[in-house]
Design a protein around this ligand. Structure first.
Ligand SMILES: Nc1nc2c(ncn2[C@@H]2O[C@H](COP(=O)(O)OP(=O)(O)OP(=O)(O)O)[C@@H](O)[C@H]2O)c(=O)[nH]1
Ligand SMILES: [Mg+2]
Length: 1035
């Protein structure tokens, strides 16, 4: 196929009906980039033969070396429907390939936001992976239209040596797996949307909704069977078209029976159901799979080269003489099957048919993108609501220009089209030739002259000249370095036409058109004017310059690097809202400190980190209180990529990377009933006396008294608060007098109901006889930062501001408690609690799941005026902080560690070695099932994050590279060991020895954090003092 001219694509950009924006998503290594290669080859950008080997869109050197994709990259492709389809229209396909490795999952979010549809690729041998699930969830949440590609069918033939019937059953299973995931995502979404305060309608909710469009079925044309590496793919439709005539059936009818439990009765010439029951071959096996299997058998297994021309003739293919000379069976397969069942035709046809064009964006999606979830639509000004029209119609002529930037991509300046050498015309070539000839002549003359001069001037002078010229040139590379990369905004135009030189507003997330000042240009505090620089079309690693880009297209925008860090909303009008934030699938958890090897390189590092922060969608760059530069990443591979980028591109200096810094949390647990050797602890009356656990604290001037008991929260409550922590965070940021949207009010109400249920078994030791509902009403605050999993509970006679309705229009509790002198110090007390919960006593890490019940709070003002802004408020804060800390320490304290869930696919021989590695690192195996049909075990285990360093490397080493773990943050887990535990009972002493020889894991972790933070560590510097003394005496 000839190379498609860029100008043709530019023309197509204007016809929104003929534009499709899609991304390719899958679990790691399921073949996304290989599939993209085949599609790229269809445009003649790379050769068909190299497709699959080249991985064109993996254009970073380390992507090629490691064989995994690390960033999403986009390419615009041309596709023309085959002649038989009506009008044979042509299309512009903006395709984004995304990474599958969990460490780069935020790149997936940036891709998904800009697209209308997604190709979900599944490796048929490995089946659904954890990332497949995550992708499907994201596709569902962002309301993209997914299509499915079942890839690597060749592995079933050559590697697994299945026969067609087995393969058919295997394929149905994989398809069921994918659909089951979709079904569960759908069900949980419907149930979450339901108002759970109205009970007993779970069933009805699911019954009422229509889910017929949701699933993948080959008969509806949204599933493709493919071998991306061998360059072929087909849909049921393709085979129906091939066989309709021969089987004397209508093509449409044949499409419906070619997949599923149907068999062909050749006498009656009709398709009948019940193939399995009657032990007949399903039609899919008979007419589809057997054909492909026999081709593989002849070409790749029996290597019967002579039959090749015969086959080609039968299939109506024209094989070139070069193809017939091929010796590699894989290439022969590609030549024959690639021509018979071209991959680009099937895949792109499916895309064109199933993915909606940009102007068919659903109302719901437009609303979701345009208006934040927490805003009540009726409270928005009419101008803002009107924007939705130009948004959904995707109107290029609209005066409202709206674009969303999902990431900033670094591009080396030499790759910019302006800096690339242009192709020369014949005349110019001739001119250059003449010029070169002339220069050669000149040089000849010159050399003759200079030789004469050299002799006269002497060699000495010459050498000084050389030195001078050297020193003059030296600073240049330094200057060049800073501008070596430019950042191109990766964006999509949603409305209007984006033009070079246009001025638009860059709206920050805080921009709110409901505030009149935000809509006035002179006053708008959260909007700035930016000028659109050069516009580009992405062509893999290359860029093509554009003058303007109409709505509905993906575009690269230059000139914004100093205005945008990661994402942004660009709009011509201040009535526009800032787009909802990208939903990120994974939480950055792994932190490392970075320092330059040469201290004088620090400024370079700082500059490099700034660039890195802009270039990488999911890295967080910060400066720790200790002054260290810390980057927070998604995992080890991500750290390696960041360090590589820093060293090679952004800072160009050698850096030292610290050991990873892991966050912990601190909590309390109910008193233990057994000791460390599993013997029951006999409780004395004194142990049971709860009054010992209550902490009492007076303010410095003895006027205020606080009594607090800390109790552990039930696990369900912690889980609930953790799940909604983002919600509470956003809630806390909303000004108090603002009315919440209906969606948020319902959500808040449903959280309250769930929390009441979860707090039923909160153990308060008889100190309060309030019901769970009353307790929930008495919640004072959540901490830390108003969104954590710790609760400050008010059991005193003071009436705290209502936590649940603080955003209601009027807060009457405030009025009622106006006369209470304690009201003035409410915030001091709450802040004291916040300070304790953000840094616990074990190692100054945030607390988790602790309920601080305030039993008494009294202030004796003695007629004295205690000014709310005076020193007494500070004293209340300190007292509250201290009393909460003491109450925490009065209970058994525990460390909580983040856990990774780890998925490993490994074959039976390596299973033992893999278990050993996991065991050594205190991992817990959750499941280890044999994957059907593949002979591999899919093992899922939990691993403490702190034990995971070099885990992937060790695993690869131990299993000769056969097991490659995927680590993903799973949850927080309490380490059930007291960090202060020492053997006390006789049995314990016997078992563990006097010094508890086996290291206390919790203490080791705690001490490592304390040491890092420069806190006091209780450890003996000299362990065996006697021995040392004797040694020195002997001297
Ligand atoms: N046998 C076979 N191998 C394939 C096929 N498609 C891809 N592969 C191989 O699978 C491996 C991974 O392919 P990629 O295309 O890099 O996978 P990916 O999904 O892009 O991987 P990430 O981007 O790292 O998530 C490569 O070694 C490919 O050669 C196929 O159809 N058959
Ligand atoms: Mg890839």
């Amino acid at each position: 196929m000839p190379v498609v001219e860029g100008s043709d694509l530019v023309l197509l950009q204007r016809r929104r009906q003929q534009v499709r924006n899609i991304c390719i998503l899958a679990h790691v290594d399921h073949g996304k980039t290989t599939l993209a290669d085949s599609l790229v080859a269809s445009n003649g950008i790379i050769s068909q033969r190299m497709a699959g080997k080249l991985r064109y869109l993996d254009n970073r050197a380390d992507e090629q070396e490691r064989g995994i994709t690390m960033k999403s990259s986009s390419i615009s492709l041309y596709y023309q429907e085959p002649e038989e389809s009506a009008g044979n229209p042509d299309y512009l396909i903006n395709l984004i390939d995304s990474p599958g490795h969990v460490d780069f999952s935020s790149e997936v979010s940036t891709a998904v936001r800009l697209c209308d549809g997604a190709i979900v690729v599944v490796d048929v041998v490995e089946g659904v992976g954890p990332q497949t699930r995550a992708c499907l969830k994201q596709v569902y949440e962002e309301q993209l239209k997914p299509v499915l590609v079942l890839n690597k069918l060749d592995r079933l033939i050559l590697e697994k040596q299945m026969d067609p019937l087995d393969a058919y059953f295997h394929l149905t299973q994989v398809l069921e797996q994918v659909n089951a995931v979709l079904g569960s995502i759908f069900a949980s979404d419907i149930l979450a949307k339901e108002d759970i305060t109205k009970k007993d309608n779970y069933e009805s909710a699911l019954e009422e909704v229509d889910d017929s469009e949701l699933y993948f079925t080959p008969t509806s044309g949204n599933v493709i069977f493919c071998s991306a590496y061998d360059g072929w793919a087909f849909s049921v439709r393709d085979f129906a078209a091939m066989y309709a005539k021969r089987l004397e059936m209508n093509r449409k009818d044949l499409e419906q029976v070619l997949w599923g439990d149907f068999y062909y009765n050749s006498k009656k010439k009709e398709a009948l159901p019940g193939a399995q029951e009657k032990a007949k071959k399903p039609m899919f096996v008979q007419f589809v799979l057997e054909n492909i299997w026999s081709l593989y058998d002849i070409i790749a297994i029996r290597k019967d080269k002579d039959k090749l021309p015969g086959i080609a003739e039968k299939l109506g293919l024209k094989l070139a003489a070069r193809d017939l000379r091929l010796t590699d069976p894989k290439l022969q397969i590609k030549a024959v099957l690639g021509q018979w069942l071209p991959i680009d035709r099937s895949v792109l046809h499916m895309v064109v048919e199933h993915v909606p064009p940009p102007h068919k964006i659903s109302e719901e999606r437009a609303q979701r993108l345009l208006y934040p979830a927490n805003v009540d639509l009726s409270s928005l000004p009419p101008e803002t609501l009107k924007l939705k029209e130009s948004f959904t119609s995707c109107d290029a002529s609209s005066s409202n220009v709206i674009a969303f930037v999902s990431k900033m991509t670094p591009v080396h300046i030499s790759h910019l089209p302006q800096n690339r050498p242009k192709r020369l015309t014949d005349e110019e070539v001739q001119q250059r030739r003449d010029e070169v000839r002339r220069r050669i002549e000149e040089r000849k003359l010159q050399t003759e002259q200079t030789e004469l001069e050299k002799i006269s001037q002497g060699v000495e002078q010459l050498s000084t000249q050389v030195e001078v010229s050297k020193t003059e040139e030296e600073p240049k590379p330094e200057e060049g370095e800073s501008n070596e990369f430019v950042f191109i905004a990766f964006a999509r135009v949603f409305s209007g036409t984006l033009k070079r030189g246009m001025e638009l507003f860059n709206l920050s997330p805080k921009h709110d058109p409901r505030q009149p000042t935000h809509r006035k240009e002179e006053e708008a505090p959260y909007a700035s004017r930016v000028t659109i620089g050069d516009l580009y079309m992405f062509m893999g690693g290359e860029l093509q310059l554009l003058d303007e880009v109409p709505a509905g297209n993906i575009v690269g925008i230059g000139g914004l690097e100093s205005h945008i860090v990661k994402t942004a909303t660009l709009s011509s009008s201040l009535d526009c809202t800032s787009f909802s934030e990208l939903s990120i699938m994974a939480t950055p958890i792994l932190r490392v400190a970075i320092e330059p090897v040469q201290p004088q390189d620090m400024p370079k590092l700082v500059k490099g980190l700034k660039l890195l922060n802009q270039a990488d969608a999911c890295v967080q760059v910060s400066v720790a209180p200790t002054g260290e530069h810390v980057i927070t990443t998604l995992g080890e591979v991500h750290v390696e990529k960041c360090v590589h980028d820093l060293e090679q591109s952004y800072a160009k200096i050698k850096v030292n990377v610290s050991k990873p810094i892991v966050s912990f949390r601190e909590t309390i647990v109910p008193a233990a009933t057994v000791d460390m050797v599993n013997e029951a602890i006999v409780k004395t009356a004194e142990d049971k006396d709860v009054s010992k656990k209550i902490a009492v604290q007076q303010t410095l001037n003895k006027l205020g008294t606080l009594k607090v008991l800390a109790v552990p929260l039930p696990a369900e409550a912690v889980e609930l608060l953790e799940k909604h922590s983002e919600f509470f965070k956003e809630l806390a940021a909303i000004p108090r007098n603002q009315v919440l949207s209906e969606k948020w009010t319902t959500l808040l109400a449903s959280i309250k109901v769930k929390l009441i249920a979860a707090l039923q078994d909160l153990q308060l030791f008889g100190l309060s006889n309030l019901t769970a509902e009353e307790l929930v009403n008495r919640i004072w605050a959540l901490g830390p930062r108003n969104c954590g999993t710790n609760i400050l509970l008010n059991l005193t006679d003071y009436e705290q501001p209502d936590f649940w309705s603080s955003h209601a229009k009027s807060s009457d509790t405030d009025i009622r408690s106006k006369t209470d002198p304690r009201k003035d110090f409410n915030s001091s007390l709450v802040n004291g609690f916040q300070l304790t919960s953000v840094a616990g006593p074990l190692c100054e890490e945030p607390m988790q799941g602790v309920c601080f019940a305030v039993l008494e709070w009294s202030i004796q003002s003695d007629g004295e005026d205690l000014n709310a802004r005076g020193p007494f408020s500070g004293q209340v804060l300190t007292a509250a902080k201290e009393v909460c800390r003491q109450a925490f320490q009065n209970q058994p304290q525990r460390l909580v560690t983040p856990m990774y869930s780890c998925n490993i696919v490994v074959n039976a021989e390596m299973l033992g070695k893999m278990y050993a590695v996991i065991g050594r690192r205190h991992g817990k195996i959750l499941s280890g099932d044999l994957t059907q049909g593949s002979g591999n075990f899919a093992v899922t285990c939990l691993l403490p994050v702190i034990e995971s360093f070099n885990f992937a490397q060790e695993m690869r080493k131990q299993t000769s590279g056969l097991a490659c773990p995927q680590l993903m943050f799973s949850h927080w887990e309490v380490i059930d060991i007291d960090p202060f535990w020492l053997p006390t009972t006789e049995e314990e002493l016997m078992h563990f020895g006097e010094k508890a020889d086996s290291a206390n894991r919790a203490k080791v972790y705690m001490d490592s954090v304390r040491r890092r933070k420069g806190l006091f560590v209780d450890e003996q510097v000299v362990e065996h003092a006697e021995k040392q003394r004797t040694l020195s005496k002997n001297k």
